[in-house]
Design a protein around this ligand. Structure first.
Ligand SMILES: [Zn+2]
Ligand SMILES: [Zn+2]
Ligand SMILES: [Zn+2]
Length: 369
């Protein structure tokens, strides 16, 4: 995402900021105006950089638990922000490790929502979905798993079912998550990655399941009617994952649903990272053999897939080089083949048609399909 600045002193802020590290004013992020606001001297009025007052209050999850820095309009009955209102179950906060981990989970979830909101994708809570008749609503269960803490054996599986995303709190423990990443041979495992993957399943159900769209999906990703249980046994059983350059990850080879969710997550990774590069105005130098000068001088939330992919290649390489310069693993340890790019493009077009601000041509394309 583009960088944000403190509206009081203009210092650059991370998206998780709640207090400015420079001027020490209390901060909140207002998703409606996509900016940070600060609580002025009288500690009652939220103001922007121009000094204008905004009728907002802090999210209920900040008041009560200190895990959210988003703001909610004063008007209306909502006390929870656009991201927090999708929580169905919050974890048992009596265990000492839980509050801090839950905070990390909410921070990752807000980044997910920031991207979804900027892509203007439809997002409903289960209650809103029932009211509008749009089928699945998106909800989250964040669950503490005491057995996993004591024995390392996970009892609660992170996953998605009918709009409900379950996340085991153990994933917010760096040591445990890194252990699982190594055991499963994954090059990348993060909370944000989990959210982007699981919400991909939600959009599959929301936009493809029980619609004519499923035919186009099957042509690219395969037939999802094959047994999921058998696919899982095969994947974890004989060790022959069948990973080829047609899949963005080994996990994507397991079942067409997982391929879709993995590819969806990568689209989110690429869009949001390019939006960050764009926000900082980063450019790359031209070197021999390179055509043009890589730069992200377009809005990645609105761009064509071809634009995204063309700039992603050189920038992902540069980002990996930067990480290696710091002795860190590659930022983006993946390669995009033509087949993967075709899948990314399919998902991207699907999302653009579903977006609230989608163009007339895109809507027509949707009707014709
Ligand atoms: Zn400040
Ligand atoms: Zn919130
Ligand atoms: Zn999945």
């Amino acid at each position: 995402m583009a960088p944000h600045a403190c509206p009081n002193c203009a210092r650059l802020l991370h998206f998780e900021a709640r207090v400015c590290p420079s001027c020490a004013f209390t901060l909140g992020y207002d998703p409606a105006s996509d900016q940070f606001l600060f609580l002025g001297d009288n500690a009652t009025t939220w103001r922007d950089a121009q000094g204008e007052a905004h009728p907002v209050v802090v999210c209920g999850n900040n008041n009560e638990y200190g895990v959210c820095n988003w703001l909610v309009p004063v008007e209306g009955e909502r006390t929870l922000c656009l991201a927090c209102r999708h929580n169905r179950t919050i974890p048992d906060l009596s265990a000492p490790v839980v509050p801090e981990r839950w905070g990390r989970i909410e921070a990752a979830k807000r980044r997910l929502f920031h991207t979804l909101l900027h892509m203007e994708l439809p997002i409903e809570t289960p209650a809103e979905a029932a009211e509008k008749g749009t089928g699945v609503g998106l909800a989250f269960d964040f669950l503490y798993d005491p057995v996993a803490e004591e024995t390392g054996t996970v009892q609660i599986t992170t996953g998605h079912e009918a709009g409900l995303v379950t996340l085991n709190l153990i994933e917010a423990d760096d040591v445990m998550r890194e252990r699982m990443r190594t055991e499963l041979g994954e090059p990348y495992r993060t909370l944000l990655g989990h959210f982007r993957h699981e919400v991909g399943h939600y959009y599959w159900e929301r936009l493809i399941q029980h619609t004519p769209e499923v035919e186009a999906f099957r042509q690219l990703f395969g037939d999802e009617r094959i047994s999921y249980d058998e696919a899982m046994q095969r994947h974890y059983g004989d060790g022959s994952c069948g990973w080829s350059t047609d899949f963005v990850s080994a996990y994507a080879t397991m079942h067409p649903w997982e391929d879709f969710a993995e590819t969806f997550a990568h689209l989110m990774h690429i869009v949001d990272t390019l939006a960050t590069l764009n926000g900082f105005g980063m450019r790359m130098t031209k070197w021999p053999g390179m055509q043009g000068q890589p730069s992200v001088d377009f809005d990645p939330y609105r761009a064509e897939t071809s634009q995204l992919v063309a700039e992603w290649g050189p920038f992902a390489f540069a980002e990996n080089a930067i990480n290696r310069a710091m002795g860190q693993p590659d930022l983006y340890p993946f390669n995009l083949s033509e087949t993967i790019i075709a899948k990314l493009d399919y998902i991207h077009r699907l999302l653009k048609r579903a977006a609230k601000g989608g163009s007339v041509e895109e809507k027509e394309e949707a009707k014709a399909a």
